[in-house]
Design a protein around this ligand. Structure first.
Ligand code: GLC
Length: 426
């Protein structure tokens, strides 16, 4: 017995000796939308195996703003409870003070990522996060149903509403009372800000707060955009959408009960898994353009995506940065793209035959990704979450019928101007 223990201890010492450092336990907080949690765990375990360190993957709420509240609570108390944070593309300005500069650890690896994301993740001269995957809002649709009803993939919201109604009515009459035309994310949370940003941009209604700091939301096109979306609720969209986040809307679509779905790229891989009821029946295209005729609408996708950051309160920041480098590397991003359709942040992977074969839309919709519209997080920085909160509540009130669009944007305009610093956001 003694001998066995001694042998085990010796083996452990040799093992750590080979790794050249004492083993530490890192805690990483990953998302859990779709396959996120499972992949984060597998990848972190692979790194742990290689390095002799241990990693605990911590589950955080799925809704981005709830996750932010939790992170702010932990970071605000200076706690080292979490070493590595998965952070949303709209948070670098909000969290920068709590995060380390990763540059001393990356050996310039950030230069291989999309420069716009690296710029987004750079606050002052600190690189506070490494890009992990990028997102843009897309329109998923049932190819089989559009073919059955001889409907072309819709390029305007009006065409989408007409197609959704026709197919919904037809399928209900044919025996599926649960069928709906169009599902999306209408809960009062960050995801609604993403959907509503697309509606506004697609109608030429601006970006709520413009990059020069001006509050622009009180305009006729923004009103039209919100009225259009409110018109879907109860007709082509179930009222329950007012409480849907990403996974709720995917659930309805993937169980075969919706014709169109607005969501992020991760849906592609899940919709095509062998156990999916809609495998092989799904198409994906840019979101429809707003306006009809004269008001000159366009297709608009909100830019999303997630990054990895190291807490400045971590006791093992250098080791944590090593795990971040590993997770954002080309090999891991390639694997994530193939298994779960996470769009890489490395342009080189868009030339990779395996990634493209698994995700043809990544090349086909390249211009959608390139032109994705940003939420006003850079200009409003530390106040972004308050700005977004006011915006999603205003949108939610219009969708639920609690407020009329003209009044809602006028009130929002007033609230935002009150929130803005005296010298405006710029
Ligand atoms: C996706 C996007 C993220 C966004 C969130 C909203 O996760 O990548 O940027 O904030 O959806 O629900």
């Amino acid at each position: 017995m003694q001998a066995t223990l001694r042998a085990a201890a010796l083996a452990a010492t040799l093992c750590l000796g080979a790794f050249g450092a004492h083993a530490v336990t890192l805690k990483i907080s990953c998302g859990a939308v779709g396959l996120e949690f499972q992949l984060c765990k597998e990848e972190s375990d692979a790194w742990a195996q290689k390095t002799g360190h241990e990693v605990q993957v911590i589950n955080a709420p799925n809704d981005s703003n709830e996750r932010l509240a939790l992170y702010q609570q932990i970071l605000g108390s200076g706690s080292d409870k979490i070493d590595i944070y998965q952070i949303d593309v709209v948070w670098p300005g909000l969290l920068a003070n709590h995060l380390i500069d990763l540059k001393p650890f990356t050996k310039g690896a950030e230069k291989a990522h999309f420069p716009a994301i690296v710029a987004n993740n750079t606050v002052g001269d600190k690189l506070v996060a490494m890009p992990w995957f990028t997102d843009a809002g897309l329109l998923f649709y049932r190819k089989d149903l559009l073919a059955k009803y001889k409907v072309a993939p819709p390029t305007t919201w009006d065409a989408l509403a007409a197609a959704a109604k026709k197919i919904q009515d037809g399928e209900r009459a044919a025996g599926n009372p649960k069928m709906w035309g169009f599902v999306w994310q209408g809960r009062a949370y960050e995801g609604l800000s993403c959907n509503a940003t697309e509606w506004l941009a697609s109608f030429g209604g601006g970006a709520i707060v413009e990059p020069n700091g001006k509050v622009s939301v009180n305009n006729a096109n923004a009103i039209k955009a919100l009225q259009t979306a409110a018109g879907w609720v109860g007709t082509i969209t179930p009222k329950a959408v007012l409480n849907y986040a990403e996974e709720d809307s995917r659930g309805v679509f993937q169980s075969g009960n919706a014709v169109f779905l607005r969501n992020w790229p991760y849906v592609w891989a899940l919709a095509h898994k062998p156990d999916s009821q809609i495998a092989g029946k799904v198409g994906v295209m840019p979101l429809p353009a707003g306006g009809s005729g004269s008001s000159g609408g366009r297709s608009a996708a909100t830019l999303g995506g997630w990054q990895l950051s190291v807490s400045k309160y971590s006791k093992n920041a250098a080791v944590a940065a090593d795990l971040v480098n590993y997770l954002v590397s080309a090999a891991v991003q390639k694997d994530r793209a193939i298994k779960a359709s996470y769009n890489p942040t490395l342009p080189a992977l868009y030339q990779d035959a395996d990634v493209m074969a698994a995700n043809p839309f990544m090349a086909e919709l390249a211009s959608t990704f390139a032109a994705a519209v940003s939420r006003p997080s850079t200009v409003t920085a530390a106040q972004y979450n308050q700005v977004s909160n006011l915006f999603w509540n205003a949108a939610h009130d219009v969708l639920s019928g609690k407020a009329k669009a003209p009044q809602a944007v006028a009130d929002l305009d007033r609230q935002l101007n009150k929130l803005a610093p005296a010298d405006k956001w710029n």
